[in-house]
Design a protein around this ligand. Structure first.
Ligand code: ASP
Length: 436
């Protein structure tokens, strides 16, 4: 029997109408037997996410402020969903208990997780599936990361014999039974763990977009959709800012070789984007996607005979480490090395770092160049395929964009280019147009 694990994001379960769409999707394929819901998301741009409201309730209590007004917003949303779906479910008693627990000082994790918990109970009731509380099957170790062995064994056991079940996303429990959540957006991780534990044939991740686009639609008008992409290509693009999935959710399914299909709850007939472990490179369409980020600073260090000085780069990197700054990239020349650092990492530490490098490494010169943007052009069809870099650089030069840095990893699936922040949008448009 084929098994599909389906995870639905917050916008897919934001109100009763969305629940109806979700039910139609699940019941249209009997292989969809395990469902992982998020908490209700925004119904419109000015709306609140239930998870945010739950965090707010908990912080009200921490500051000794009554939570009634905020909690009412949450309670009314769930009550409306249950009544519009015509369910004979006493959601009020669940809400009362949660409110009391938070008032009595329940943890942040407990409070935040209740959005998924309640949506799970409602969805299980609506689908006539079993409800499995995530606290009984998703386990965190004492360091706060997932105990994969225990989690997989528990999930496998709970889902034996083709059981149809709803398991809320976003949380689990620690060894003492306390509720622990993943970082925000973490229901994606729950879906991935469930898929990997039972070796599902497919992990469907339903959201409000039809998968990944070749580039950011705020920068390029109507970019093409990506139909199929490898985990590796996706990792490169997500790292550079293209995001639909929680970053950590890819690893469990990638390790198990399970494909992920990103689908749109509002347009279920759209094929979406399929993420696979391996696919033949398409040499006719070598570029899968273009992503990038602004606001990097380059620290450029020169020293004669640097290449023969043992430990030079180690010293530079340990200065960054001591200052809790992680770097993005480190292209090097014969007697020079550059460290590319995101401004969000660097904050106001530039001067301290530069001084320490001067003191410890004794360079001939050290220069700081701010305002750089990075653009990654990614595709497994570019490896061993001549002329791709030429096409990228020609397009940038024709658009009058100056290239400040070039880096291509040995995997040959990503060409990284550093340009001025001000040229960022122009640069992405010109690369996109060169290949489309
Ligand atoms: N509801 C949680 C959040 O808003 C988790 C999730 O949606 O995946 O971050």
């Amino acid at each position: 029997m084929n098994t599909i694990v389906t995870k639905f994001g917050g916008s897919s379960l934001a109100d009763a109408d969305q629940f109806k769409k979700v039910k139609n999707i699940i019941l249209s394929n009997s292989n969809r037997r395990v469902v992982v819901p998020s908490a209700p998301g925004k119904r419109h741009s000015k709306d609140f996410k239930v998870t945010d409201l739950l965090y707010l309730c908990q912080s009200h209590i921490e500051s000794s402020i009554p939570l009634d007004d905020v909690f009412d917003l949450i309670a009314n949303r769930y009550k409306k969903i249950v009544s519009k779906l015509d369910l004979s479910l006493d959601i009020g008693s669940y809400l009362d208990k949660i409110k009391k627990d938070i008032e009595n000082g329940a943890s942040k994790g407990y409070a935040a997780s209740r959005g998924e918990y309640l949506n799970g109970i409602i969805l299980a009731n609506y689908l006539d599936f079993d409800f499995i509380d995530a606290k009984d099957v998703i386990f965190f170790n004492k360091y706060g990361s997932i105990d994969r062995d225990l989690t997989y064994t528990s999930l496998r056991k709970a889902l034996e014999n083709g059981r149809k079940a709803v398991i809320p996303g976003f949380y689990g429990s620690d060894i003492d039974g306390n509720i622990v959540t993943f970082s925000r957006g973490g229901s994606d991780i729950t879906g991935a763990l469930v898929s990997a534990s039972i070796n599902a044939d497919l992990y469907e991740n339903w959201t409000d977009v039809s998968g990944f686009l070749m580039t950011d639609p705020r920068i390029v008008k109507n970019p093409k959709q990506i139909n199929k992409i490898t985990y590796r290509e996706l990792r490169e693009l997500s790292y550079m800012g293209a995001s639909v999935l929680h970053e950590e959710s890819v690893f469990p399914v990638r390790d198990a070789g399970i494909p992920i299909n990103i689908k749109n709850t509002n347009i279920p007939e759209d094929p979406g984007t399929l993420i696979v472990k391996y696919m033949e490179p398409d040499f006719n369409n070598p570029i899968k996607g273009i992503a990038g980020k602004k606001d990097f600073t380059v620290i450029s260090i020169e020293k004669a005979m640097m290449n023969s000085e043992l430990g030079f780069c180690r010293k530079v990197l340990s200065i960054l480490e001591q200052n809790c700054v992680s770097y993005e990239n480190m292209p090097s020349g014969i007697d020079s090395v550059c460290v590319v650092i995101s401004d969000s990492q660097l904050m106001n530490k530039t001067e301290i770092i530069v001084d320490e490098i001067k003191r410890t490494c004794n360079p001939d010169s050290i220069l700081v160049h701010p305002n750089m943007a990075l653009i990654a052009t990614v595709g497994n069809g570019m490896s061993s395929n001549k002329g791709i870099a030429a096409k990228i650089f020609t397009s940038l030069s024709e658009s009058n964009v100056n290239i400040r840095m070039i880096d291509q990893g040995s995997s040959e699936i990503n060409i990284l280019i550093g340009i001025e922040n001000d040229d960022f949008e122009k640069g992405i448009n010109s690369i996109y147009n060169a290949f489309n």
